[in-house]
Structures are given as structure tokens and as C-alpha cells.
Ligand binder design. Structure first.
Ligand SMILES: Cc1cc2nc3c(=O)[nH]c(=O)nc-3n(C[C@H](O)[C@H](O)[C@H](O)COP(=O)(O)OP(=O)(O)OC[C@H]3O[C@@H](n4cnc5c(N)ncnc54)[C@H](O)[C@@H]3O)c2cc1C
Length: 458
């Protein structure tokens, strides 16, 4: 049962996981059956017993990487029962048109789930896993990487808990990450100039099979269908600068007037929008980049603690679940924890950077869609139809495959260059050229060496 020789359930655990959020719970389920007892320390109260005062309805999107972990842990069916399948995103443009972009070319959906309900299932699964113990109301103040141990505070005071290793799953504002920084890791924590408010959207006026979004340049409203038929909306708006912004609202401009000016359709659909805007919490978005994720054989970071990202590709949690799966795979394949942790860090950091970049970039694409598709966009689209296996749309590769995010980003840049080269060489007329000509003009798939000359097309 245990890669390191003990299988006790009392006393000091083999592994302490700091943070029983989504990623901490998944990591515990993966780890305990193979590597011994796990104690999850969570600073908050058990959300299954004491739901937070403001019932937040944040919806997260599950895609291939997330499902892989949920299947491994045997909870995929339970989670699917509380999900809504979504087949695309519908942009409601300012001129009244709508533009539907399917998430995949073969009709596969991504799945919307309330984060609160998913969390409950994962906590139940962790608690049902032999060797896992969850302790709520336990705030970890610091980590000793050498001993190793954590300093924990609860309502009775503080104590030191020793263990064989510590995993940090304590989110973007991680306290335990400081231990790595003290050993020279470079950590970049960035508060984005973008905040959001969760807004309830009533059922009945919007297609419940797709995500909806209203781009407004410097702001965006998005709405994700829930199983009840209602939608969970999010207003994304800049923190600073002139209207529309939260700074303008603080400076005296009426938030609901600002909203109505930029989002007339949602204003008409949500009768109590003014009240919601006045009372719902404004949350900020933080990104985290960290060049070291592990320390020898005693410490590793997973999830938002090492790669919090903007939410616009819907991959933060999916990527965190993949961290847990890859960590255990690396440990299984390595002779010892030091080698396993090193392999984990090597295989994840570049990927996390890539999806983080893509996620931030995607906000600007969604908030500022071009009025008409550019020639480059049309050409890209045609190439993905003509060569369906070779040119897979970027979103589709991130959401429906488990390919390395970094290689997805590299291929996307290559495709950008190819499209630019084709347009430079053949002009915009190529965009509407017959399939045969476009096929002949496209160089063969040896991207590092192929040039347009290789295509034999002149
Ligand atoms: C608006 C929005 C939309 C999103 N949409 C998506 C989406 O569609 N798809 C997707 O994949 N991801 C999405 N995400 C990202 C996703 O929510 C996060 O990536 C995910 O929740 C990270 O999980 P985590 O467990 O690493 O961190 P967290 O969820 O932050 O959990 C950390 C846990 O650690 C605990 N903790 C913190 N400090 C301590 C301490 N010192 N001691 C003990 N416990 C501690 C916290 O209380 C918390 O329970 C979205 C995020 C936002 C903000």
C-alpha cells in the first residue's frame, strides 16, 4: 500500500497537504493509496457543514485533463450528474449580431459545474480514501523544509506537526510557497488590473447549451448555464482607469448605469441587476509564476499556489488536477522522492507558463472580437478544415486533449507564422482560393524546416 513502508493512520502523517481546496483534495486521493497517510490541513471550516455566508455560484469548466483525474479517482459519474454540457460560446456583439464558436469541431462539449458542489464531492472522496484525514480550521503558518514540518495554528493555539513531506495546495496567496522563496525560488505574484463580480442570471432567455459572453472592449460579461436552468454570470471589468472600471464606480459613477451602457441585453434580462451590482463582492484576479516548484525530497507545490492564471481558457483547475496526476506518475516512475519531485517540476513548469499566457491572452480576444474576421483568421479556419489532423484549433487542443500546453502554444505560433507567410507570398486572394490550390500552397508538415518553396506551389 505504501511506497515508503508505513501504513499508519494515527500519529504523524507521511504527507501533509496544505489546503483542502479542489487540487488539495484530488492530490490526497491520488497520493494516499500509493504513498501512505495524508493529512490535509485546511484553514477554513468544512464547507459541507458551514456553507460560506455569501452563497457564491462560481462555475468552472471541466475539460479532458480534469475528467482524466476524476475518472482515475472514480468520481467522474457523480460529477457528471451535476454538470451542464456546453457545446460552444456565443458572443453577443455590440451591433446586435451573435457569433457562435463551437468548442470542438466534432461536437464534443465542455462541462460546466458549480465549484462549490464539485468541491463537496472531492472532499467526500478524499475522506473516503483510506489513509486520508482532513482537518479543518487549521491554518499553516510556515513550513520547515529540512525537518520537515509545518507550523499550524488553530483555535487552541499553534503547534508543530512533523511529517516526511509537505505539499502546498494552498492557492494563489500560498503561505507555504515562502519556504521555497527563502531557498532562492523566484516567485512573481501579479494582481491583474481586472476584477469580477458574480451575478445571478435568471433562466429562460438564453440558450442553456452554450456559454454566453458580451464583449465590451474594456469589460466583458459572461454567463454559464447551471443545471437549474439559471445562469451564473461574471462581470469582468478593469480595476483602475476611466469608465468602465471599478475605480470609476468608486469615484462616484453609478455602476449600474455603467453596466447598462455597455451591456443592454443582460440589463434587460436581469431584473435586479442594480441591487446585485451594489451588493455582490468584487473579487480580484491574481496570477502566479514560480520558477521552482519542489525542494529535494520534502516539498512540492501544486495548483494555484504555483500557477494561478487568468480564468479565460477555463484551465486553472484542470491544470491543477493534471499536476496531481503527473506528480504521482513521476513518483511511480522514480527510484525515490527526490528524483520523482524533480521529474514533476521539469515536466510541469513550461506547460503551466504556456497555459497561463494563453489564458490571459484569451481575455483580450474575447473582450475585443474583430467586427469582421481578418484574412488571417479566415485562412487559419480554412487550414483547420482542410488539414483537420495537422491544424487543430488551439482551444480544442487545450480542452479536449492532454497534450503539453507548451507544445500547443509552440504549434500555434508556427501556424501564425505559416499563415503570415502564405498571405505575404500569395496575397489575400488565397483566402478564397479553391481547396486544391490552398492545399498545394501549404508546405508539408515539417514545420522546423519547411518553407513555402517546399510546397511546390508558385
Ligand atoms: C472567475 C474564475 C473562473 C474560473 N474558471 C475556471 C474554469 O472554468 N476551469 C478551470 O479549470 N479553472 C477555473 N478557474 C480556476 C480554478 O478555480 C482554480 O484554478 C482552482 O480553484 C485552484 O484550486 P487550488 O486548490 O489550487 O486553490 P484554491 O481553490 O484557492 O484552494 C486553496 C485552499 O487552500 C486553503 N488555504 C490557503 N492558505 C492556507 C493555509 N495557510 N493553511 C491552510 N489552508 C490554506 C484555502 O482555504 C483553500 O481551501 C477559475 C477561477 C476564477 C477566479
Amino acid at each position: 500500500m505504501n511506497g515508503n513502508g508505513t501504513n499508519h493512520t494515527d500519529g504523524n502523517p507521511e504527507t501533509v497537504i496544505v489546503g483542502a481546496g479542489l487540487v488539495g483534495a484530488v492530490t490526497a486521493c491520488y497520493l494516499a493509496p500509493r504513498f501512505g497517510t495524508v493529512t490535509l490541513l485546511e484553514k477554513r471550516a468544512d464547507p459541507r457543514l458551514e456553507p460560506p455566508p455569501e452563497r457564491r455560484s462560481l462555475v468552472v469548466m471541466l475539460s479532458a485533463r480534469g475528467w482524466r483525474a476524476l475518472s482515475d479517482l472514480g468520481v467522474a459519474d457523480a460529477v457528471r450528474r451535476i454538470c451542464v454540457p456546453l457545446h460552444g460560446r456565443c458572443g453577443h456583439l455590440s451591433d446586435g449580431r451573435t457569433r457562435l464558436t463551437p468548442y470542438s469541431r466534432d461536437g464534443q462539449p465542455i462541462w460546466a459545474v458549480e465549484r462549490r458542489r464539485l468541491h463537496q464531492i472531492l472532499l467526500d472522496a478524499a475522506e473516503a480514501t483510506p489513509g486520508v484525514r482532513i482537518r479543518f480550521g487549521q491554518r499553516v503558518r510556515s513550513v520547515d523544509l529540512d525537518e520537515p514540518a509545518v507550523l499550524v495554528e488553530d483555535r487552541h493555539g499553534s503547534r508543530r506537526l512533523t511529517c516526511r513531506r509537505v505539499l502546498g495546495c494552498d492557492g494563489a496567496h500560498s503561505a507555504v510557497r515562502a519556504a521555497l522563496e527563502a531557498r532562492g525560488a523566484r516567485v512573481e505574484v501579479r494582481k491583474l488590473d481586472l476584477a469580477y463580480q458574480e451575478i445571478d442570471v435568471p433562466a429562460g432567455r438564453l440558450d442553456p447549451g452554450v456559454t454566453h459572453f458580451w464583449p465590451a472592449g474594456k469589460a466583458m460579461f459572461a454567463a454559464h448555464p447551471l443545471p437549474s436552468g439559471k445562469l451564473s454570470g461574471s462581470l469582468f471589468m478593469r480595476l483602475g482607469g476611466p469608465a468602465p472600471s471599478y475605480a470609476a464606480a468608486r469615484g462616484g459613477q453609478d455602476l449600474s448605469e455603467m453596466f447598462a451602457a455597455h451591456f443592454p441585453e443582460p440589463t434587460a434580462i436581469i431584473p435586479d441587476i442594480a441591487e446585485q451590482l451594489a451588493t455582490k463582492a468584487v473579487s480580484t484576479l491574481t496570477t502566479v509564476r514560480c520558477d521552482r516548484w519542489v525542494w529535494r525530497d520534502t516539498f512540492a507545490l501544486l495548483g494555484d499556489s504555483c500557477h494561478a492564471m487568468a480564468p479565460f481558457m477555463g484551465q486553472g483547475m484542470n491544470c491543477g488536477f493534471e499536476d496531481a496526476r503527473v506528480l504521482v506518475a513521476c513518483l511511480d516512475a522514480s527510484a525515490d522522492w527526490a528524483a520523482g519531485l524533480a521529474a514533476y517540476e521539469k515536466s510541469r513548469t513550461e506547460d503551466a507558463d504556456a497555459i497561463s499566457r494563453l489564458s490571459y491572452r484569451h481575455y483580450f480576444t474575447m473582450a475585443n472580437p474583430p467586427r469582421e474576421e481578418t484574412s488571417a483568421d479566415v485562412l487559419r479556419g480554412r487550414l483547420t478544415v482542410l488539414f483537420p489532423d495537422r491544424f487543430v484549433p488551439l482551444y480544442e487542443r487545450c480542452a479536449f486533449s492532454e497534450e503539453s500546453y507548451a507544445s500547443v502554444l509552440r504549434d500555434d505560433r508556427r501556424l501564425d507564422r505559416l499563415v503570415a507567410d502564405l498571405l505575404a507570398r500569395y496575397g489575400t486572394g488565397l483566402v478564397s482560393a479553391p481547396d486544391d490550390r490552398l492545399r498545394a500552397c501549404t508546405p508539408p508538415p515539417t514545420p522546423t524546416t519547411a518553407t513555402l518553396e517546399d510546397s511546390g506551389c508558385s
